[in-house]
Design a protein around this ligand. Structure first.
Ligand code: ATP
Ligand code: MG
Length: 478
């Protein structure tokens, strides 16, 4: 929804907060505007509480008076070094900044800042839809100042830089990531000249910190249809700079007339499927990386055709390097993504023929609490265009899921703790830590997972005694 006329826009601003802003600005005689993302979101009916205010003059002075006028309940923070201030009042966070003009140095995305006019301030903004301002002073309250046609672009669904895109992107290359991010979140198209400039300036990403890139990349991944962003990143050459492992999957080879599928577009389909099913950020990362091992594992086998043996394990090994390079967290989240990439072939393998209890128990044991996410990923991974084949797979997965529930109820494997542990084994045979204990523990775990021994203490103890016997160990009797 786009607000149709200025009257509607004024109505949206008819709140005590904006009235107070207006009054304060007039009292100080300062031209004052609400700008940027807040205006954009107001126009598309996406209300937010982050309000950016530009003052032609001192933003800090305006913030001080505004906070004072609100009295108790308003919380003021001043950032002298940046010339900005923030007022928190109820749910709203209002940022104040003086109108500024920026110039850039080639080696840094940090500008040299000087005081400027409103127009200077609009010129330095990244996209036309982010460069609109609404006047807050009484005489012109609610007037939209839109020098670059942002409102039309918002209506037409277009992302475009206000000035020459080569300059806008080269000045601050993070804007290239923001460009794709907004296009993805809003489902907008990137205007042609702007898009071409992405390609020409892709190298400039070098001067942007990994952390900033990741913030934008994660926003793309968390969008309703993330593939849109990845297609644009790839087509523009940006993806090659960020995740070359992924762009490398965009290849189709033919041997004796047989092609393998394009694993790049397959991956994006899987990612969208996971997003559609409500998968969270790290599950989406697992989807994104689930096939990265396919480049290294690809072989042509005359008997079978194209194969990607062990691509899941190769991919799993690649994940930590990718996380480190991209400044992604190296904690449980890395472990989780690694695990899912490594395990993503298992449910398919066990659903392929008869689904045995033992295979399901082992899957439960290896996946633990992440079993549901793994199953979701694997179902998302079925992108076959052959409807019969697809339904077959889904049917088999349904069986695996049913078995999973049944076996978990019966055997409680999900967070498996062996019913007889190392301490008890040492006591039983009166021995010190040694290799035999490890051997007995592994044999017990296998016997339980294979369904030869029930997951209970007494049955497990009997098995341990028997196994000890074969190793020449006898229980001490006292
Ligand atoms: P969101 O809050 O969804 O990230 P936003 O557009 O509000 O979107 P912010 O980072 O909050 O993004 O920035 C507020 C405004 O500041 C933007 O709308 C834009 O006008 C301007 N802006 C932010 N970052 C840049 C940048 N790197 N280059 C130019 N202008 C920018
Ligand atoms: Mg914002």
């Amino acid at each position: 929804m786009i607000l149709n006329d200025i009257a509607q826009l004024r109505q949206q601003l008819d709140t005590p907060l904006f009235a107070q802003l207006s009054q304060t600005a007039d009292e100080l005689g300062l031209p004052c505007y609400v700008v940027g993302g807040y205006v954009r979101d107001l126009l598309i009916g996406r209300a937010t509480n982050d309000i950016d205010v530009v003052v032609v003059g001192s933003g800090i002075e305006m913030a001080r008076h505004f906070a004072a006028s609100l009295g108790r309940g308003a919380h003021l923070s001043v950032f002298k070094n940046f010339g900005t201030a923030q007022v928190k009042y109820r749910e709203a966070e209002v940022e104040f900044v003086g109108a500024r003009r920026e110039s850039y140095n080639r080696n840094s995305r940090k500008p040299i800042v000087e005081d400027g006019t409103l127009q200077d301030d609009q010129n330095r903004r990244d996209f036309t839809i982010n460069a609109m301002a609404i006047c807050l002073n009484k005489d012109h309250f609610g007037d939209l100042l839109d020098p670059f046609g942002g409102l039309d672009d918002l209506k037409d669904g277009i992302i475009r830089t206000p000035l020459d895109p080569d300059i806008t992107f080269s000045d601050d290359p993070l804007r290239m990531m923001r460009c794709v991010r907004f296009a993805t979140q809003l489902r907008f198209l990137i205007e042609e000249e702007t898009f071409e400039a992405l390609g020409r300036n892709a190298d400039r990403l070098q001067i942007v910190s990994g952390e900033r890139i990741i913030v934008e990349l994660n926003k793309i991944i968390e969008s309703p249809q993330p593939s849109r962003g990845f297609v644009e990143l790839h087509r523009s050459g940006l993806l090659e700079k960020i995740l070359p492992e992924l762009s490398a999957l965009d290849i189709v080879e033919t041997c004796h007339g047989r092609k393998h599928k394009n694993n790049f577009y397959h991956t994006l389909e899987v990612l969208d499927n996971v997003a559609e099913r409500g998968g969270e950020l790290w599950l989406r990362w697992a989807a994104l990386l689930h096939d990265v091992g396919k480049t290294k594992s690809k072989r042509w086998d005359p008997a079978i055709g194209w194969t990607f043996h062990n691509h899941n394990f190769i991919g799993e090994k690649m994940v930590p390097g990718i996380f480190k390079r991209l400044k992604l967290p190296l904690d449980d989240r890395l472990k989780y993504v690694k695990k899912l990439v490594g395990l993503h072939m298992r449910p398919i393998a066990i659903a392929d023929d008869e689904v045995t209890d033992s295979a399901v128990r082992r899957l439960l044991f290896d996946a633990g609490d992440d079993i549901d996410d793994l199953m979701l990923l694997c179902e998302a991974d079925i992108t076959s265009k052959n409807e019969v084949r697809k339904q077959n797979f889904l049917q088999n997965f349904k069986m695996v899921r049913e078995k999973l529930v049944m076996i978990e109820e019966k055997d409680r494997i999900r967070n498996f703790q062996p019913p007889v542990d190392g301490t008890e084994i040492m006591k039983l045979f009166n021995i010190q830590p040694c290799r035999a204990i490890g051997e007995i523990k592994t044999a017990l775990k296998d016997a339980i997972l294979d369904g030869q021994v029930p997951n209970e203490h007494d049955a497990a103890l009997a098995f341990v005694i028997e196994k000890g016997h074969t190793l020449g160990l006898n229980p001490v009797t006292d």
